[in-house]
Design a binder for this molecule. Structure first.
Ligand code: PHB
Length: 389
């Protein structure tokens, strides 16, 4: 059955191609490298779904070119990312690379983008220095310093004097740890212990036990999208909230992809981030409704919005170059784009090629029987604080 379906799909595609007379240079290829399997699979699924939604809403012909979206699974393994990036550039001759679910994957592909002069749109990875790995990188996700600094301010203003940090032990975690600590300390608070957990299959139990013994005012957490539910579960199982320890963090921990399944114990957790599915704007309402309609049982998270906006940046660059531009022209047309995203206003800083956006402070609340990150404060137009250093 499957085989018959596949064969008929191929036949239909060939027929369509021949009858419409598409030549290779009438196509514009976007190669997304995403973790569709493994520990980071939710990121891949969210971004792929959002990219497909963007195409369904905005058409697949732009500036006379037929857009072809190619999605490759790297399982968040950098060696595989590198090989796939090479294949996409050399064999498929993609016009743009995109995706990159984790920081090491973005670093693995960066030299290929540089050598082939292919724009590389980072839609997930969020360590500050990624944009410096290639002049062809443009980022539509966020940076950990952007989010963590906002939390350092909020914590200090809200009676948190003594905190412990717990982060995944790699790029984004180290950024989160550093910038939260710097800002809390600047505001008169203190990080009394900085705990780092392995990225792969982490066991949070011994770390949380340590936090319980220290009994800080708050535990600040960064774990990558997809790992938040495990932290929340163990935090609650140990009764740490009841022991008076507040759970705070960047919004990765109360990820919209998992939040609703975390249970009422998550209510009250405060985080800082650039996107919430509950962001109260007409543009976001439209985005969330369309995403949920096209993907039953799924709620868009911050990865989805970055994939959606990444596609927008690519489409608009293609329009601006009238379909004739090579990598350098496309890159130039990506720099400086300014628009209203479902997350709120955002722009791609032409100098840094990084995203400038609002960072919201949010609290988990029940809305119509579902758990959401409800925004209650905002820092406007935040640049990546990591760039100033
Ligand atoms: C990253 O690896 O850069 C990364 C992954 C997931 C996140 C944030 C950062 O939620």
């Amino acid at each position: 059955m499957k085989k018959r379906l596949a064969l008929s799909t191929i036949a239909a595609t060939l027929l369509a191609a021949s009858s419409l007379g598409f030549a290779a240079d009438d196509t514009f290829k976007i190669g997304l490298i995403l973790p569709m399997t493994g520990q980071q699979a939710s990121t891949g699924k969210q971004i792929a779904a959002a990219a497909q939604l963007y195409m369904a809403q905005n058409g697949s012909t732009v500036a006379g070119k037929k857009i072809e979206l190619i999605i490759k699974d790297d399982a968040a393994t950098p060696d595989v990312t590198k090989r796939l990036a090479q294949e996409l550039v050399v064999n498929d001759k993609v016009n743009v690379l995109g995706g990159f679910g984790v920081t090491p994957a973005a670093f693995a592909a960066a030299p290929i983008a540089t050598q082939s002069k292919t724009p590389m749109v980072v839609m997930a990875a969020a360590t500050s220095i990624i944009t410096q790995a290639s002049p062809y990188i443009v980022r539509t996700s966020f940076t950990l310093p952007q989010a963590a600094v906002a939390m350092g301010d909020w914590a200090a203003k809200n009676g948190i004097k003594k905190a412990v940090t717990l982060v995944s032990d790699y790029g984004p975690g180290l950024d989160a740890e550093k910038y939260f600590k710097e800002r809390l300390t600047f505001n008169g608070g203190q990080v009394v212990e900085a705990l780092r957990v392995p990225l792969r299959s982490p066991d949070f139990a011994p770390f949380l036990q340590k936090v319980r013994d220290i009994k800080p005012d708050a535990l600040f957490v960064f774990v990558p999208s997809g790992a938040g539910a495990a932290v929340m579960k163990q935090f609650l199982e140990r009764g740490m909230d009841k022991a008076g320890i507040k759970l705070i963090g960047t919004g990765d921990v109360t990820d919209d992809d998992q939040l609703n399944d975390m249970g009422d114990g998550a209510i009250g957790v405060v985080t800082s981030h650039h996107y919430s599915a509950a962001h109260p704007s007409a543009a976001n309402k439209k985005f969330v409704e369309a995403f949920e309609k096209a993907n039953k049982g799924m709620r868009p998270n911050f990865m989805a919005v970055a994939g959606y906006d990444g596609m927008r940046v690519i489409y608009e660059a293609l329009k601006a170059t009238k379909g004739n531009g090579g990598g350098d022209a496309l890159l130039a047309a990506m720099k400086g784009q300014i628009f209203e995203s479902p997350r709120g206003p955002m722009f791609i800083d032409a100098q840094t090629r990084d995203v400038v956006q609002n960072i919201y402070i949010r609290r988990v609340q029940k809305v119509n029987g579902q758990l959401y990150n409800v925004e209650f404060d905002v820092l406007k137009d935040v640049k990546d604080p990591g760039k100033a250093k």
